[in-house]
Design a protein around this ligand. Structure first.
Ligand code: ASP
Length: 285
């Protein structure tokens, strides 16, 4: 018998979004949330659902993750990703990786391997090679629009899921910030900063990584849940703390230990989509 009612929420990154791409971004978020939901619906794990949802977003060139990632100061793609299971605090992450179509899947392999939490740069490429993980030509991740615009691009992606066994997972993937120095690592692959999951709650953040890291935003949101805040209240309070401590704005999605979904942003936009039992996918910007 099902003990818990599953839920899932995804985000497509915080920041200003032009009106003409809003609908397509919401469609992308909906497709990702539904891919994860299909796994949860038939009793699959939160971890599998979060990974599957983020893969859909990484493969969508509209978002700043996987294919379509923003370019660094050398005009190259370097990506960060992390995935974490709330049960047992198992985590895997990769940072500053290139030539990997789905960094979240490589992060999952780091989690399953279990020796390390975070592997960066060339080391991550060596790890991928050692486990036979497929690589791709780095240039195949650069989409024409990104090359042309050479412009600031938002759209880090993330997913938080809660499964029928009452387990939580969080996953975040990003190309980072535009024009970053080669080797720069943002908040997304850092556990407790852009990504966190425990038995209390699971969180994925988006926004200016240098601020999110210093405020350990994801962990702060989970602490607020632990202190008794409701999910959306915890999300809002964590962002207020971030703004007070660093002067920065951001967005985050979360789910608590009862499967209740929450999200907040203090940026102009953050496309989200969430699905809960018995209701149609709901979107917001
Ligand atoms: N948090 C990401 C980073 O700083 C960027 C973003 O969310 O847009 O790498």
């Amino acid at each position: 018998m099902t003990e818990f009612q599953p839920s899932i929420i995804v985000h497509g990154g915080a920041g200003p979004i032009k009106d003409d791409s809003l609908a397509a971004r919401l469609d992308g978020c909906r497709a990702a949330a539904l891919a994860g939901w299909e796994i949860l619906r038939v009793g699959g794990s939160a971890l599998d659902a979060a990974e599957a949802a983020v893969i859909v977003l990484e493969d969508n060139p509209l978002f700043n993750a996987g294919t379509g990632s923003t370019l660094n100061s050398l005009g190259q793609v370097e990506m960060d990703a992390a995935i974490m299971a709330g049960d047992g605090l198992r985590a895997g992450a990769v940072a500053a990786v290139t030539g990997i179509k789905n960094p979240i899947a490589l992060a999952r392999r780091v989690l399953e391997d279990g020796r390390h939490v975070l592997i960066a740069g060339e080391g991550a490429a060596l790890f991928a090679r050692a486990i036979g993980f497929p690589e791709c030509a780095p240039a195949s991740l650069i989409v024409a629009s990104e090359k042309q615009r050479w412009d600031n691009k938002h759209g880090t992606v993330g997913c938080v899921a809660f499964d029928q066994n009452g387990k939580l997972a969080a996953a975040t993937s990003t190309g980072g910030v535009f024009n970053k120095l080669p080797g720069r690592v943002g908040d997304s692959p850092l556990i407790g900063c852009g990504t966190y999951a425990s038995r209390v709650g699971a969180v994925s953040c988006t926004g200016y990584g240098e601020a999110i890291i210093r405020a350990t935003l994801a962990r702060d949101a989970v602490q607020l849940l632990q202190g008794g805040s409701e999910p959306s209240e915890a999300a809002g309070l964590a962002l207020a703390n971030l703004a007070e401590l660093t002067g920065s704005s951001a967005g985050l999605i979360l789910i608590d230990s009862r499967g209740r979904v929450g999200y907040a942003r203090n940026t102009t936009h953050m496309p989200v989509c969430y699905v809960t039992l018995g209701s149609d996918p709901k979107t917001a910007v």
